[in-house]
Design a protein around this ligand. Structure first.
Ligand code: TMP
Length: 211
């Protein structure tokens, strides 16, 4: 049986990476094989493109950024995601195309329709089966991510940028409510974990009924 494709999204500092290893264990305890990966990245080329986008020094044009993350995505789908799903492995991906809608369209002003066109072109209909959106107040997220020693290109953005990113994420969640589930990530770790556990348990029992 084809594996399931789960993505994690949210503002910088929303805490999604903290929950990834817990999610992996949740699935592995149920005998599921899991591949953990991330975007931009996940392949040798993807990781190089990530460096260019996040640490490239001079600020790139926002459409260049969009094209680079989709170039990385094309390789990632071809070399990692599609083969894993085909082999029955579940893919847990730290960010995917919803991040392009949020950051490049919402945050930087790239036309929503251009992102949608690239999404169709690159993904050929492949979509996550479940997306967990860690929704955090932009002031909280920004404060958390700025604790890091060297903030990257996005972590250095102003609050207004993160407000636009959050709005775009919520717009996506409203458009695709069945796939994209919003988790209130403002609370402490146990509160957030309880929400993830409830969502994942429901998803797992829904899909395992079809095995
Ligand atoms: P993270 O993987 O450390 O969370 O951060 C990756 C950064 O890349 C994050 O600030 C969001 C940004 N990003 C985009 O701008 N567009 C994208 O399509 C993706 C996948 C990430």
């Amino acid at each position: 049986m084809r594996g399931k494709f789960i993505t994690l999204e949210g503002l910088d500092g929303a805490g999604k990476s903290t929950h990834l290893s817990w999610l992996r264990r949740f699935l592995e305890r149920r005998g599921i094989r899991v591949k953990v990966t991330r975007e931009p990245g996940g392949t040798a080329l993807g990781e190089r493109l990530r460096e260019l986008v996040l640490k490239g020094g001079k600020r790139l044009h926002c459409e260049t950024e969009t094209l680079l993350v989709f170039a990385a995505r094309r390789e990632h789908l071809d070399k990692v995601i599609a083969p894993a799903l085909k082999a029955g492995i579940w893919v847990l991906c730290d960010r995917f195309t919803d991040a392009t809608y949020a950051y490049q369209a919402g945050g930087s002003g790239v036309a929503w329709s251009k992102v949608a066109a690239l999404e169709r072109w690159v993904q050929h209909g492949t979509q996550p089966d479940l997306t967990l959106l860690f929704d955090v107040d932009p002031t909280v997220g920004r404060a958390r991510s700025r604790r890091k020693k060297r903030p990257d290109r996005f972590e250095s953005e102003q609050l207004a940028f993160f407000r636009r990113v959050r709005e775009a994420y919520l717009r996506r969640a409203e458009e695709i409510p069945r796939r994209m589930r919003v988790i209130n990530a403002n609370g402490d770790l146990p509160q957030v974990r309880r929400q993830i556990e409830a969502l994942l348990s429901a998803f797992y029992s829904r899909v395992s009924r079809h095995v």
